[in-house]
Structures are given as structure tokens and as C-alpha cells.
Design a protein around this ligand. Structure first.
Ligand code: AMP
Length: 185
């Protein structure tokens, strides 16, 4: 199964993607996580994207698309994946569609986790893993980038397929059971 888990920063994409991975045995592919690991390991990619992640801006589309195209060719993703944090621009969504079409493949579900903005800021600032970009300024910047660059991706999928909107408020388990009812149907 190929799933895009979409939503604003702080919507709980990472948490829910991990739960989907555990319960459905579908690997979680987070572009943000790949970038953070690259930064931690001081690889070429890490050096290239560090200041971008620190500022809350987006990594250039071509870099991300190349990375995802390469990543999903790995054996571990042969049966599917949950994308978390990608696509984040309409250009990335178009490029991803093309990659899937070239593989004679298609997306199974686009899930939008809906959470009110006040709740997002609160959640990010209380995140336990304490990411270096989780400052109040960083959060505001990432939300602004989300509304300008990323939110249109949802409209793109609404025009080209089906978007499953899931209420992203409540407990982690409540949200996960809403996702399960989408995936099981
Ligand atoms: P995330 O872990 O998804 O919140 O991503 C953390 C940061 O990584 C973002 O603020 C961006 O700088 C970068 N990033 C992750 N995924 C993408 C993407 N698909 N396109 C551009 N930048 C990305």
C-alpha cells in the first residue's frame, strides 16, 4: 500500500506514520527524518540542507524528488510505504505522480490530518524530542511556509484523486482509529 500522510507541521504525521508502520507493516518514509540523519552524520546532503532546515525553509524540489525517487527503489519499499513530509509543493506532487506513472503504479490513499492552528503551535512547542527547529520563531516560519507552499498540494490531490480528511484532534489512539477506518475500507 502506498500512502501519503499529509498535514501541517505539528499535525502528528510522524506519530501516526509510526503507528501505521507497526500495525500494517508498511515502512515509514520521512524526508525530514532523512535530512536530520544526513545532518547528524555530516554527509554531503547534510551539509547542503542544514541551514535550510534551521531556517524552516524548504529544501529545493529537485533535491527532494531525487532523494525520494532513489529511496523508494530500495527493497524495503517494494511493497509500499507511508510518505510523511513529502510531497510538500505542487511541483513535488507532479514529479511524484510521474515517478509512479513510470512504474505503472498508483497511490492508494492521501490522508489529510486536520488540526486547528492554535493546537499545532502548542503541540510543536511541547514536543518531547526537542528538534532544533522547534523554536517559537521556527514554528511560525514553518507554518507560514506550509500555508504558502504545501497546503496547495491538498487541492492538487483533490483535483486528481481522493483526499481522506481525518480529524487530527484528540488522543493518539483516537486519531489512529480514524486512520484505520480509512485504511480498512
Ligand atoms: P519535517 O520533519 O517533515 O517537519 O521536515 C523538517 C524540515 O525538512 C522541513 O522544515 C524542511 O526544511 C525539510 N523538508 C522535509 N521534507 C521536505 C520536502 N518534501 N520538501 C522540502 N523540504 C523538506
Amino acid at each position: 500500500m502506498k500512502i501519503i500522510l499529509f498535514g501541517p507541521p505539528g499535525a502528528g504525521k510522524g506519530t501516526q506514520a509510526s503507528l501505521i508502520q507497526k500495525n500494517y507493516n508498511i515502512p515509514h518514509l520521512s524526508t525530514g527524518q532523512i535530512f536530520r540523519e544526513a545532518i547528524g552524520n555530516e554527509t554531503e546532503l547534510g551539509k547542503k540542507v542544514k541551514s535550510i532546515l534551521d531556517s524552516g525553509d524548504l529544501v529545493p524540489d529537485q533535491t527532494v524528488v531525487d532523494l525520494v525517487a532513489e529511496e523508494i527503489m530500495k527493497d524495503q519499499y517494494a511493497k509500499g510505504y507511508i510518505l510523511d513530509g513529502f510531497p510538500r509543493t505542487v511541483a513535488q506532487a507532479e514529479a511524484f505522480d510521474e515517478i509512479l506513472a513510470n512504474q505503472n503504479d498508483a497511490l492508494d490513499a492521501f490522508i489529510f490530518l486536520k488540526v486547528p492552528e492554535e493546537e499545532l503551535v502548542k503541540r510543536i512547542l511541547s514536543r518531547e524530542d526537542g528538534r532544533t527547529d522547534d523554536t517559537e520563531e521556527g514554528v511560525k516560519k514553518r507554518l507560514a511556509v506550509y500555508y504558502k507552499e504545501t497546503r496547495p498540494v491538498k487541492e492538487y490531490y483533490e483535483e486528481n484523486g481522493t483526499v481522506y480528511e481525518v480529524d487530527g484532534t484528540g488522543s493518539i489512539d483516537e486519531i489512529f482509529s480514524r486512520i484505520q477506518s480509512v485504511l480498512d475500507n
